[in-house]
Ligand binder design. Sequence first.
Ligand code: ADP
Ligand code: MG
Length: 359
Amino acid sequence: MDTSVFRLEGVTKRYGDLVALNDASLEVGANEYLSFLGPSGSGKTTLLRVIAGFEAPETGRIFFDGRDITNVQAHERGIGFVFQNFALFPHLTVMQNVAFGLTNGKTRVPTPEAEGRAAEMIELVGLSGMEGRGVDQISGGQRQRVALARTLAMKPRLVLLDEPLGALDANLRSRMRNELRAIRERLGVTFLHVTGSETEALAMGDRVVVLDRGTIIQTGTPGEIYDRPASPDVAHFLNRFNLFEGTLSNGSFSASFGTIRAPAATRADRDCYAVRYDRVKVLPLSAKPADGPALKATYIASEYLGSSIMSFFDAGQGHLIEMEHHLSLGAPETYEPRQDYLLTWNPEQAIVFGREAAI
Ligand code: ADP
Ligand code: MG
């Protein structure tokens, strides 16, 4: 049985010589929340624009709801798009903005009906009472909700969101994350959400798609991506791993921390050793770790992040090592600035990449 609502098959999009999207294939289930993570310029917006029908791919097919929509016009695809800059009409009210697509679109819903449907969406995004306000008389977070309500009023089965929370401040962003998930669950539609923030991608997606230079380099649940990044680049984008360049040879990895056995390694285009921030342990300089790495490093400073504390160490030659202590595990240790410590970790918990790895 085919339960996918949406499928990309080998989609490539070029701008002149630049390959913005390289042979992208993807299958999305009904009622799924997918987040797309990648650095700036990795092709995230291009991917959404191709799906929406604003750009035509050079090769590949796009299937939606059981039909091939590769050559279907954007406004006939039944796919909603929420833009990063909201793209609201500044001279219209909240109600007029939300109802705009209904009263002016292809189907031209009569105004009373359009306003009824718009009012439902305004309530859904928590803006009841603001229908008559101009969109220049509301806050950034409220404009974001108007943009979302306007898209949802068209009853799309698939909603594309391009960095929808990027313009909001940190507090509002985390509140809107929860609301977006709740709204999606209530409507039962599929969301494809592009973000440059690894925290947002891991927190929001049922699955995360990682893009780099136009290529999908990993797709998985947040847990799978976090526990088994497929490459040093994925580990880097997640912003939760200390990465060491070095050499994998005969089942051992040699780097600034010495030589450690590395029985399991993942094949990659370069040799790289990854240790999650929350796996690092800090010992006094005089300690002698029995087995495993011992990396001398100077404590710099710590930063409170709410549920955890990040501590920063200088391991020399400009290599900053980050250590995360989850406060749920107990009170944090305190360290002396400019003092040297030994950093260690359980080698079983490291992720090793290498050119000579078996798979
Ligand atoms: P992201 O959204 O991940 O930041 P984009 O999809 O916007 O990345 O861009 C991917 C690549 O395609 C970038 O190198 C960008 O400069 C290029 N690109 C995007 N749109 C165009 C365009 N209309 N013309 C030429 N190059 C473009
Ligand atoms: Mg973009």
